[in-house]
Design a protein around this ligand. Sequence first.
Ligand code: KG4
Ligand code: ZN
Length: 333
Amino acid sequence: MFILGIESSCDDTSAAVSMNTVILSNVVSSQLIHKKYGGVVPELASRAHEKNIIPVVEQALKEAKIKMEDLNGIAFTKGPGLLGSLLVGTSFAKAAALALNKPLLDVHHMKAHILAHFIDQKEKNKPNFPFLCLTVSGGHTQIVLVKSHLEMEVIGKTIDDAAGEAFDKAAKIMGLEYPGGPLIDKYATNGDPEKFKFAKPKIADYNFSFSGLKTSFLYFIQKKIKENPNFISEEMPNLCASLQKTIVDILIEKIKKASTNLNINEIAIAGGVSANSALRKALEQLNKNHGKNVYIPDFEYCTDNAAMICISGYYLFQNKIFADQSVTCSARI
Ligand code: KG4
Ligand code: ZN
């Protein structure tokens, strides 16, 4: 079964082609225009998607050596995301499905991040049901109980900022470009994670909070800059490593708690922040020292990509769950 996947929920325009659970192509065009604004500007994102969508789809089909007519279905991100961005992918998918008379498959972006684990990846096992997934992106932070490919229950989530947002906002405070997560990860490599201590929130159950950390980080930096105007540049690696450790500790503590309480030792991670090297290392430790089976996707399937939309479309197709031409995208679902 050949599926074309379209992802346009935020600032990456992506198209991919799959053959069953094998990805034949996965083309991602990241919008660099947002860097100078310190965050995604929704209007600019929609315009860039509009410009990129056709070349990105053409490239994906070309790399997969597949013609439009050979496709069995068209999958697209229905939401959550930025409405103007989602509209571009949704309209394209609907038009393509109508023109080709092929089934349309509407995909939930966060579930797709989780289903990326079922893409065939070299030397990687797939998680066994039921498993817990720590889903951490720029817009979401959740612990999901995954019962099957289509049945998922959110058992914990952030009550304010997402983990990726915490990375990005802290990076902005330090004058780094958007998205700051990968930059913090890079600088942290040469830093001491124990140099600075930031308070961790005390939140009930499996929920998270990151806005207090952001505020305390801001006040800490402001105070230090008064004492030494070069504080940030002199301490960049230590600041990044210490902040990163705090975020990773918060995430690991909660997933460990959920795993113990629910007696589920299968743990997966998904979403853009799962590209973070300290988080990946901490999870590998859980695997080695705490008897958990941890599943970490390849880098290209961590951040936004259309391969995960293809695989989600595949399972929808298998279960005969199709959308029709009246389907609309939605910023919050
Ligand atoms: O899943 P994603 O690509 O888009 C959303 O759906 O939000 O996640 C993007 C988020 C951004 O906040 C970005 O800073 C963060 O993932 N991110 C990272 C790393 N790579 C991406 N955060 C920390 N370390 C990284 N290496
Ligand atoms: Zn995402």
